[in-house]
Structures are given as structure tokens and as C-alpha cells.
Design a protein around this ligand. Sequence first.
Ligand code: A3P
Length: 276
Amino acid sequence: GHLPPGRDRYNSSSLAHRLPQCIIIGARKCGTRALIEFLKLHPQIISPNDEMHFFSNDTNYKLGFEWYRKKMPLSYPDQITIEKTPKYFISVISPSRIHRMNSSIKLIAILRHPTTRVISDYTQICANKQSKNETAEPFELRALDKQTGHINPVYKATQISMYHLHISRWLQLFPLNQLHIVDGDNLILNPLEEIRKIEQFLNLPHLVNPDSFYYNSTRGFYCMRKTKTGPEQCLGANKGRKHVNLSKKVITKLNKFFKPHNEQLYKLIGRRFPWR
Ligand code: A3P
């Protein structure tokens, strides 16, 4: 007959380091940390604490799949191992390497309003500079063409937010039904809704408890409480920073610039986002 679900959990010999069956590929500054932390509330999801940078980094990749596998936490057979490395999203070499490891792997990309992502990215760059007692170049100098004042399409932060450029590379190798896209703006407002969609995508029972989330008005974000009486756990202070102030004019330019790129994304994935 059938073993009851979770039966293997009583048998520590079934514990093993397993290759991830699902990878969060990015994108940077779209809520990747919040996403993985929230997913870990599910008893059947397990994840390494650090970003692996395995497929995107040649030195790491040369160490091989066995090296990578041993980096994964111990898991039971009924658990899904997930790793997240936001760099994979833009890394040209990563899709084929991941495909070579497991062509039926499930991929998760989290996206948010492209302009918000650019501002979040620049805010992080400013904070990193500040911690080294340096100052970042003014946003306009990086993001705008000096001659024309138009959006500079090769600015890295802008490049990352042209989501269709990257998604199209993944879809050259993986079918659309293997790629789940999380609405990063909605993850902020309604984390449970986005998590439940992922439980479905991963064929997992809905086991993330609504009571695990509570809104922290000081932070302005949802935090976690893993047990009823347990401590509140918010993400680090580097998540949910106050964004740098940019002029209305430059924000309007960014929004206009991204519009056709957003449309290309919607076409590619057969789904629209309410980005204006
Ligand atoms: P900001 O700091 O610009 O607000 P990543 O982890 O990929 O670097 O993404 C960081 C972003 O996650 C933050 O960007 C924040 O908006 C978003 N985020 C989503 N849910 C969050 C939460 N519950 N707590 C903190 N940040 C959250």
C-alpha cells in the first residue's frame, strides 16, 4: 500500500543534498529576497541561505553539478529545493547551463514596475557608495544621453528593466509553462496571494499559513511570524529602503521609454501587468 505523506521524514536516511528542482532567476531589486523568505514558510520548500551564482559565474560552474548539489541544504524526498540568484536573469550563459542540468526544471521570475526597479537599483548603488564614503554619479548623468536628454538604453539599470530582452532568452529554451512570473508589486501588497500561486505552480498543497504574515506599519511592509508566539521577522534594513528622489520629468521619460518594451513582454508571456 501507500506510505502516508511525510512518512520519509521520520527516516533520517532519506535526508540528502538535492539539486534544486526550482530556481528563482531574478530580477534584481524586484523582491527576490522577500519571495524566497516567504516561500521558506512552506514545510516542503527548502533553500540555501546564500545566492549561489553557480550558472552565471564561470569559476563556480567549472566546479561542476556535484559541487553545486553539495551546496544545497539537506532535504527530505517530499521537499523542493529552491535557490535564488538574481544575476541569472540577465546572464546570457545561464539558461543553457540550467537547461543542461535539468531541462524540466521550474523557473520563477519576479518582476515589478520597470521604472520602480530602476529607482530601487539606483538607490542601492547610492547606498553601497555611501557605505564606502563615496558618492554615486547623479542619476541623470547615467540614465540620460548627455546630448539628446533621451533615456540612455545601455545604462545597466535600464537594460535590466527591459524585461522582454531577458525573458525571450529563457523562452528560447524553456516552454512558457515552466516559467512562473511573480508580480513583485503585488508581493509587497498581498504576499499570500503570490505565494499561493507558486504553491500551485509547484504542485504543493497550500500550507503557508495566512497568520504567518503581518503588516508592520513602521516598515511599511509585511513581515513574518513563523509561529503564533514566535518573534516578528522582517527583512533586513537594506530591503524596503526609502527611494532617492528623482524629478517628475525623468520619471515620465522612463515610463514612456519602457512602454513599448512592456508591450513586448506582455506579448511574449501572454499576460499583462498594470504598469503605467
Ligand atoms: P526597495 O528596497 O527598493 O523598496 P531584492 O530582494 O530582489 O533586492 O528586492 C528588494 C525589494 O523587495 C525592495 O525594494 C522591496 O520593495 C521589495 N519587497 C517586497 N516585499 C518586501 C517585504 N516584505 N519587506 C521588504 N522589502 C520587500
